[in-house]
Design a protein around this ligand. Structure first.
Ligand code: NAI
Length: 329
């Protein structure tokens, strides 16, 4: 089974190479290039490709794979909003993903962002480094006895709910399905009730037509003043322009984003020498109560190991024509 792994980083090579002996029948070549229609033809001679969150697995890319005889797309991530699933099905290209490699990795980052924006840790760190020991601009709130609202209580949302309970918070949630594992301590409410009651709102549902821009100026207006919003799921759950409007209305104590709409060109790139001409990210970063990280929720040792292992197993299953719960198409 020959696999071409796109957008390969050193940590990808390390975690996949560590499992060479366990999966001797999977042969992986790594390339730096991102997967997009322009680079799809590099997969000539491969049985499968392996891609990540910023890949463009659109109809155009998939048609090139069909012409080349590439039979499977192995997503080394949970989300697959960047894959044209219907087209893949139509072309008979198998798409597999890694649904639950380490929910705690992402949930712990969500809480880290919530704490960092609440207590302005990014400011505090810089102030002390500058010999400024004043507390101006650093006042936060206790999380203890406040209400956490979890949107989407699948694997990551459930892990976040447990963390919030550990902080002594009341935990409410909105999901289209209730998670029975949480029934002892989570109260399910409507989305409007969650928006109006929560002191901390954390997004953990997938990006779909029904969730696109679910956080917009109307939903922001329903939130409590002084709310903290965290998004570690997918950028387009939040309408960035309207989030900026909400921040200017002074709605938020803090906003922590591991994902945001404009991230695709940025994720895992060093653009520190560039002048960003039309960047809304730059505008967001200018606010003192916003912290952005670059899609690093998955980036723990345990998660990387689990991603590599499941992706290699997905490669074997694709080769053997075996369908599993990891199938997207
Ligand atoms: P999951 O599939 O276990 O859970 C998703 C939950 O969202 C399910 O309970 C589902 O019923 C719910 N849901 C679906 N539609 C909804 C709606 N309209 N409103 C409210 N809830 C809805 O997924 P998991 O593993 O918890 O991942 C969640 C998301 O986190 C992924 O879709 C992915 O986009 C993102 N993610 C981000 C990472 C990062 O590095 N920042 C890493 C891994 C995942």
């Amino acid at each position: 089974m020959k696999v071409l792994l796109y957008a390969a980083k050193t940590y990808d090579k390390k975690s996949f190479d560590a499992l060479k002996e366990a999966f001797p029948e999977v042969e992986i070549d790594y390339i730096d290039h991102e997967l997009e229609p322009r680079t799809a033809s590099l997969a000539q001679g491969y049985d499968a490709v392996c891609a990540f969150v910023s890949a463009d697995v659109s109809a155009k890319t998939l048609e090139i794979f069909r012409d080349l005889g590439v039979k499977a797309v192995l997503m080394r991530c949970a989300g697959y909003n960047n894959v044209d699933v219907e087209k893949a099905k139509e072309l008979g290209i198998v798409v597999k993903r890694v649904p639950g490699y380490s929910p705690e990795a992402v949930a712990e980052l969500a809480m880290a962002l919530a704490l960092a924006v609440n207590r302005r840790l990014y400011k505090a760190y810089n102030k002390v480094r500058e010999n400024d020991y004043t507390l101006k601009g650093l006042r936060g709130v206790n999380f203890y006895q406040k209400t956490a609202g979890i949107v989407g209580t699948g694997k990551i949302g459930a892990a976040m709910a447990r963390i919030c309970r550990g902080f002594g918070m009341r935990v409410i949630a909105y999901d289209v399905y209730e998670n029975p594992a949480l029934k002892d301590f989570v109260e399910y409410v409507t989305l409007d009730e969650l928006l109006s009651q929560s002191d901390l709102i954390s997004l953990h549902c997938p990006l779909m037509d029904s969730t696109y821009h679910m956080i917009n100026i109307e939903s922001i207006k329903k939130m409590k003043d002084g709310v903290i919003l965290v998004n570690t799921s997918r950028g387009a759950l939040v309408d960035t322009q309207e989030l900026i409007e909400g921040i200017r209305m002074d709605k938020f104590l803090g906003v922590g984003l591991d994902v945001y709409e404009e991230e695709t060109g940025n994720v895992y790139e060093d653009r520190s020498d560039e002048i960003m001409m039309h960047s809304v990210t730059a505008r967001l970063l200018a606010f003192p109560n916003v912290m952005i990280t670059s899609h690093q929720g998955f980036y723990t040792k345990e998660a990387l190991e689990a991603i590599a292992e499941t992706t290699l197993q997905n490669a074997m299953d694709a080769r053997d024509g075996k369908s599993t719960p990891n199938d997207v198409a």
